[in-house]
Design a protein around this ligand. Structure first.
Ligand SMILES: Cc1ncc(COP(=O)(O)O)c(C=O)c1O
Length: 445
């Protein structure tokens, strides 16, 4: 893959891809959600090559995972070196240097100038489960507050928080009791009906918790934690109003409730800062992250205030969590993010939002464009006045982009998201936006 831009050479899916699709159809769990038949064979930077030699520009980054791009040579070297030295020992039962070193780094780069402790799992959902257990243990309270539209994972604890799509919960109940969902402030679709221009929904939503929920259904002294994505990911790349996290912080403090930030999707430099919550300056008691932390190696991390992580030996652990190879990939990923890619995410994000500035005038079905850095969401509507969601158009745009060599994914009911690796260049952003411009124009016709 010598070029920076993709090239489609066969019908999609091509003959080799079709063989894999047939095998997959026979053996793989039907629960997976594949939007189009990409059969990836090789990845490099922002490009992915499929089984037939077609190349694609990956504006999905393997769902916000390959933050430093596919197979970054420095990350590959770090993985190889660690794999030659120690692949596994289990941090649950033994010690090894790189786990403690990564913990020290995580404590240093996460918000909050206080002592912290770090727990390692293998995925986002494990990090969330750990945070939920710790919050219950520390507070000796059992309830949680989460937000409509949020996604925190699919294991039974985190699924009890998740309220992104009903299909994710259907048939799996009863889930954890004691989880209450409240509206997430969306300036474009303000739940109070105020509209984006005079959005006060940060206080509407926090007031709802305090003045309605706490006075009627949920005694605050039973609430262990409020769990929130600083920017909502699967729910539609929704950026809340600037004061929202601060109001949540104050509300939590008033009632002795812990504040948990889920930065699994919006963290690791994607928004142009290491953490999306840094844009607000609000500090959580517990932060969870995964996805982009190790450029594709499985790793989930929960970082908590040291005084909160007071559970005893044996209370929680995982055989593979903090695996040495994943830790090596994470340390190298963080080095690269700090050295160049977070600033690239900020400047390329600015470039992309600049180019999208007139799309609402240009395209009648573009209702909202939002995000930060390289976390870009575009919401499609039937009519800009009524804002009626247009999921069919979104689905067509995602399909049509694939045929043109661009990988994107949907989010929310009727939005799609751009979440490229943080190393993309202008030429690649231009290509992606040109393809999307053409796809949206086709759908409008
Ligand atoms: C915000 C957020 N939290 C948690 C998760 C769950 O992560 P995983 O799929 O690694 O379990 C996701 C996955 O999309 C996510 O976006």
């Amino acid at each position: 893959m010598d070029t920076k831009l993709p090239q489609i050479k066969t019908e999609l899916p091509g003959p080799e891809a079709q063989k894999i699709l047939a095998l997959d159809k026979q053996y793989i769990s039907p629960s997976y959600t594949r939007d189009y038949p990409l059969v990836a064979k090789r990845g490099q930077g922002a490009l992915v090559e499929d089984a037939d030699g077609n190349t694609f520009l990956d504006f999905s980054a393997g769902i916000a995972v390959v933050s430093t791009g596919h197979c970054h040579p420095d990350v590959v070297r770090a993985i190889q070196k660690q794999a030659e030295t120690l692949i596994h020992m289990s941090g649950t039962d033994f010690y090894y240097p790189i786990m403690a070193q990564l913990a020290e780094k995580m404590a240093a780069i996460t918000p909050g100038n206080f002592p912290k402790r770090v727990y390692f799992g293998n995925s986002g959902t494990e990090a969330v489960e750990a945070a939920m257990k710790l919050a219950r243990y520390h507070t000796r309270r059992h309830r949680f507050i989460a937000f409509y539209g949020c996604f925190h994972g699919r294991t039974l604890g985190s699924l009890s928080l998740t309220s992104s799509k009903a299909v994710q919960r259907n048939g799996f109940g009863p889930l954890l009791s004691g989880v209450s969902h409240v509206p997430y402030p969306n300036p474009y679709r303000c739940p109070s009906g105020n509209g984006a221009s005079q959005c006060m929904c940060d206080c509407e939503c926090t007031d709802f918790i305090e003045k309605k929920l706490f006075k009627t259904a949920v005694p605050p002294q039973e609430v262990a934690a409020i769990v929130v994505e600083p920017i909502q990911g699967e729910g539609g790349y929704v950026v809340p109003p600037p004061n929202f996290l601060d109001r949540l912080r104050q509300l939590a403090d008033r009632h002795g409730i812990l504040l948990i930030f889920d930065e699994v999707q919006c963290g690791m430099g994607r928004t142009g800062k290491m953490w999306a919550s840094e844009h607000s300056g609000v500090v959580p008691d517990i932060l969870v992250t995964a996805k982009g932390i190790a450029s594709g190696m499985p790793l989930g991390v929960m970082v908590a205030r040291a005084d909160v992580m007071d559970w005893p030996q044996g209370a929680h652990a995982s055989t593979f969590g903090g695996n040495p190879v994943a830790c090596a990939a994470a340390l190298e990923t963080i080095r690269l993010l700090e050295e160049r890619y977070i600033s690239n995410a900020a400047s390329m994000g600015e470039y992309i939002f600049g180019k999208l500035a007139d799309w609402k005038e240009k395209h009648s079905i573009v209702g909202d464009i939002r995000g930060k850095g390289l976390m870009v969401g575009i919401e499609l509507v039937k009519d800009q006045q009524s804002k009626e969601p247009y999921p069919e158009a979104r689905n067509k745009v995602v399909q049509s982009a694939f045929k043109k060599g661009l990988l994107i994914l949907g989010c929310g009911e009727n939005s799609f998201r751009l979440m490229p690796p943080l190393l993309i260049e202008r030429e690649q952003a231009d290509f992606a936006l040109d393809v999307l411009d053409r796809c949206i124009t086709e759908v409008e016709k």
